[in-house]
Write a protein that binds this ligand. Structure first.
Ligand code: AMP
Length: 186
Protein backbone atom coordinates (compact mmCIF):
# COMPACT_ATOMS: atom_id res chain seq x y z
CA UNK A 1 0.00 0.00 0.00
CA UNK A 2 1.41 3.36 -1.05
CA UNK A 3 -0.33 6.36 0.42
CA UNK A 4 0.16 10.10 0.33
CA UNK A 5 -1.10 12.37 3.12
CA UNK A 6 -1.81 15.99 2.22
CA UNK A 7 -2.92 18.67 4.62
CA UNK A 8 -2.10 22.23 5.60
CA UNK A 9 0.45 22.82 8.38
CA UNK A 10 -1.31 22.16 11.68
CA UNK A 11 -3.79 19.63 10.27
CA UNK A 12 -2.24 16.78 12.28
CA UNK A 13 -0.90 15.15 9.13
CA UNK A 14 2.36 14.00 10.75
CA UNK A 15 0.62 12.54 13.80
CA UNK A 16 -1.95 10.69 11.74
CA UNK A 17 0.59 9.49 9.15
CA UNK A 18 2.70 8.04 11.97
CA UNK A 19 -0.27 6.28 13.60
CA UNK A 20 -1.74 4.92 10.37
CA UNK A 21 1.67 3.69 9.15
CA UNK A 22 2.04 1.76 12.42
CA UNK A 23 -1.44 0.23 12.13
CA UNK A 24 -0.84 -0.82 8.52
CA UNK A 25 2.74 -1.97 9.13
CA UNK A 26 4.21 0.29 6.46
CA UNK A 27 6.95 2.94 6.53
CA UNK A 28 6.25 6.53 7.56
CA UNK A 29 8.25 8.78 5.23
CA UNK A 30 8.23 12.41 6.38
CA UNK A 31 10.48 14.82 4.50
CA UNK A 32 9.97 17.42 7.26
CA UNK A 33 11.23 14.94 9.91
CA UNK A 34 14.15 14.00 7.65
CA UNK A 35 15.14 17.65 7.19
CA UNK A 36 14.80 18.34 10.92
CA UNK A 37 17.07 15.35 11.65
CA UNK A 38 19.67 16.75 9.23
CA UNK A 39 19.52 20.17 10.89
CA UNK A 40 19.84 18.61 14.38
CA UNK A 41 22.85 16.53 13.25
CA UNK A 42 24.52 19.61 11.74
CA UNK A 43 25.16 17.95 8.35
CA UNK A 44 25.96 19.89 5.17
CA UNK A 45 22.38 19.31 4.00
CA UNK A 46 21.09 20.48 7.39
CA UNK A 47 23.08 23.71 7.14
CA UNK A 48 21.73 24.29 3.66
CA UNK A 49 18.05 23.89 4.62
CA UNK A 50 17.98 25.41 8.12
CA UNK A 51 17.34 29.03 7.13
CA UNK A 52 14.80 28.02 4.47
CA UNK A 53 12.81 26.03 7.02
CA UNK A 54 13.00 28.81 9.60
CA UNK A 55 11.50 31.22 7.06
CA UNK A 56 8.65 28.79 6.27
CA UNK A 57 9.68 28.42 2.62
CA UNK A 58 10.10 25.22 0.64
CA UNK A 59 13.47 23.54 0.18
CA UNK A 60 14.46 23.43 -3.55
CA UNK A 61 12.98 20.43 -5.37
CA UNK A 62 16.31 18.94 -6.46
CA UNK A 63 17.44 18.65 -2.84
CA UNK A 64 14.13 17.23 -1.62
CA UNK A 65 13.64 14.80 -4.51
CA UNK A 66 17.15 13.32 -4.15
CA UNK A 67 16.61 12.76 -0.42
CA UNK A 68 13.17 11.19 -0.96
CA UNK A 69 14.37 8.91 -3.77
CA UNK A 70 17.05 7.46 -1.47
CA UNK A 71 14.58 6.99 1.35
CA UNK A 72 11.94 5.04 -0.60
CA UNK A 73 14.65 2.78 -2.02
CA UNK A 74 15.38 1.53 1.52
CA UNK A 75 14.20 -2.03 2.32
CA UNK A 76 11.52 -1.08 4.87
CA UNK A 77 9.66 0.91 2.17
CA UNK A 78 9.29 -2.14 -0.08
CA UNK A 79 6.13 -3.31 1.76
CA UNK A 80 4.54 0.11 1.36
CA UNK A 81 4.76 3.61 2.77
CA UNK A 82 2.94 6.75 3.70
CA UNK A 83 4.43 9.87 2.15
CA UNK A 84 3.99 12.76 4.58
CA UNK A 85 4.96 16.18 3.24
CA UNK A 86 6.12 15.02 -0.20
CA UNK A 87 5.19 15.79 -2.97
CA UNK A 88 4.30 19.38 -2.19
CA UNK A 89 4.81 21.06 -5.57
CA UNK A 90 3.78 20.13 -9.12
CA UNK A 91 7.46 19.58 -9.91
CA UNK A 92 7.68 17.05 -7.09
CA UNK A 93 4.60 15.23 -8.43
CA UNK A 94 6.41 14.78 -11.74
CA UNK A 95 9.50 13.54 -9.95
CA UNK A 96 7.39 11.05 -7.96
CA UNK A 97 5.67 9.86 -11.15
CA UNK A 98 9.12 9.21 -12.58
CA UNK A 99 10.14 7.26 -9.47
CA UNK A 100 6.97 5.17 -9.03
CA UNK A 101 5.23 5.30 -12.39
CA UNK A 102 1.90 7.16 -12.86
CA UNK A 103 -0.13 4.53 -10.95
CA UNK A 104 2.33 4.48 -8.07
CA UNK A 105 -0.01 5.79 -5.36
CA UNK A 106 -3.08 3.84 -4.16
CA UNK A 107 -4.73 6.66 -2.23
CA UNK A 108 -4.21 10.33 -1.42
CA UNK A 109 -5.64 11.23 2.00
CA UNK A 110 -6.50 14.92 2.40
CA UNK A 111 -6.94 16.07 6.01
CA UNK A 112 -9.42 18.95 6.12
CA UNK A 113 -9.20 21.52 8.96
CA UNK A 114 -10.59 25.10 8.90
CA UNK A 115 -8.00 27.89 8.75
CA UNK A 116 -8.66 29.56 12.14
CA UNK A 117 -8.30 26.18 13.84
CA UNK A 118 -4.96 25.70 12.03
CA UNK A 119 -3.55 29.03 13.20
CA UNK A 120 -4.67 28.30 16.77
CA UNK A 121 -3.01 24.86 16.74
CA UNK A 122 0.22 26.04 15.11
CA UNK A 123 0.77 28.86 17.58
CA UNK A 124 0.00 26.51 20.48
CA UNK A 125 2.54 23.81 19.53
CA UNK A 126 5.51 26.22 19.64
CA UNK A 127 7.94 24.45 17.30
CA UNK A 128 11.04 26.50 16.31
CA UNK A 129 9.56 27.24 12.86
CA UNK A 130 6.11 28.12 14.26
CA UNK A 131 6.29 31.87 14.95
CA UNK A 132 3.27 33.94 13.93
CA UNK A 133 4.91 35.30 10.79
CA UNK A 134 6.19 31.86 9.76
CA UNK A 135 2.79 30.32 10.36
CA UNK A 136 1.21 32.84 7.98
CA UNK A 137 3.91 32.21 5.37
CA UNK A 138 3.54 28.44 5.68
CA UNK A 139 -0.23 28.60 5.21
CA UNK A 140 0.15 30.89 2.17
CA UNK A 141 2.85 28.68 0.65
CA UNK A 142 0.60 25.63 1.22
CA UNK A 143 -2.35 27.29 -0.51
CA UNK A 144 -0.30 28.42 -3.50
CA UNK A 145 1.99 25.44 -4.02
CA UNK A 146 0.41 22.37 -2.45
CA UNK A 147 -3.38 22.79 -2.70
CA UNK A 148 -3.25 22.45 -6.52
CA UNK A 149 -2.00 18.89 -5.95
CA UNK A 150 -5.38 17.94 -4.47
CA UNK A 151 -7.07 18.81 -7.79
CA UNK A 152 -4.42 16.99 -9.77
CA UNK A 153 -4.79 13.78 -7.75
CA UNK A 154 -8.60 14.16 -7.73
CA UNK A 155 -8.50 13.97 -11.50
CA UNK A 156 -6.68 10.66 -11.11
CA UNK A 157 -9.57 9.45 -8.93
CA UNK A 158 -7.52 8.49 -5.86
CA UNK A 159 -8.32 11.29 -3.38
CA UNK A 160 -10.21 10.68 -0.13
CA UNK A 161 -11.10 13.60 2.17
CA UNK A 162 -11.04 13.14 5.94
CA UNK A 163 -12.37 15.57 8.56
CA UNK A 164 -9.30 16.47 10.63
CA UNK A 165 -11.19 18.08 13.53
CA UNK A 166 -11.89 16.02 16.65
CA UNK A 167 -10.36 13.34 18.83
CA UNK A 168 -6.97 12.01 17.63
CA UNK A 169 -8.02 8.32 17.91
CA UNK A 170 -11.27 8.98 16.11
CA UNK A 171 -9.47 10.73 13.25
CA UNK A 172 -7.10 7.74 12.92
CA UNK A 173 -10.15 5.45 12.53
CA UNK A 174 -11.64 7.84 9.97
CA UNK A 175 -8.41 7.75 7.97
CA UNK A 176 -8.21 3.93 8.10
CA UNK A 177 -11.83 3.68 6.92
CA UNK A 178 -11.18 6.19 4.14
CA UNK A 179 -8.10 4.31 2.96
CA UNK A 180 -10.26 1.17 2.57
CA UNK A 181 -13.08 3.00 0.84
CA UNK A 182 -13.73 3.72 -2.79
CA UNK A 183 -12.19 7.13 -3.68
CA UNK A 184 -14.80 9.85 -3.97
CA UNK A 185 -17.19 8.06 -1.61
CA UNK A 186 -16.17 10.15 1.42
P1 AMP B 1 6.74 19.67 7.57
O1 AMP B 1 7.17 19.05 8.85
O2 AMP B 1 6.25 18.66 6.57
O3 AMP B 1 5.76 20.80 7.77
O4 AMP B 1 8.05 20.33 6.92
C1 AMP B 1 8.76 21.34 7.58
C2 AMP B 1 9.58 22.15 6.58
O5 AMP B 1 10.48 21.28 5.87
C3 AMP B 1 8.76 22.84 5.48
O6 AMP B 1 8.23 24.07 5.92
C4 AMP B 1 9.82 22.99 4.39
O7 AMP B 1 10.71 24.05 4.69
C5 AMP B 1 10.59 21.69 4.51
N1 AMP B 1 10.01 20.63 3.66
C6 AMP B 1 9.47 19.44 4.06
N2 AMP B 1 9.03 18.71 3.01
C7 AMP B 1 9.28 19.46 1.90
C8 AMP B 1 9.04 19.28 0.51
N3 AMP B 1 8.41 18.18 0.04
N4 AMP B 1 9.46 20.24 -0.34
C9 AMP B 1 10.06 21.35 0.12
N5 AMP B 1 10.30 21.60 1.40
C10 AMP B 1 9.92 20.67 2.31
Amino acid sequence: MRLLFIGPPGAGKGTQAQRVAERLGIAHVSTGDMFRAQVAAGTELGKRVEAIMKAGDYVPDEVTVAMLAERIAEPDAAAGFILDGFPRTLGQVEALDDLLGPDGLDRVVVLDVPEDELVRRLLARGRADDTEETVRTRLAVYREQTEPLVDLYSRRGIVVHVDGVGDVDEITERVLAAVDSRPGAE
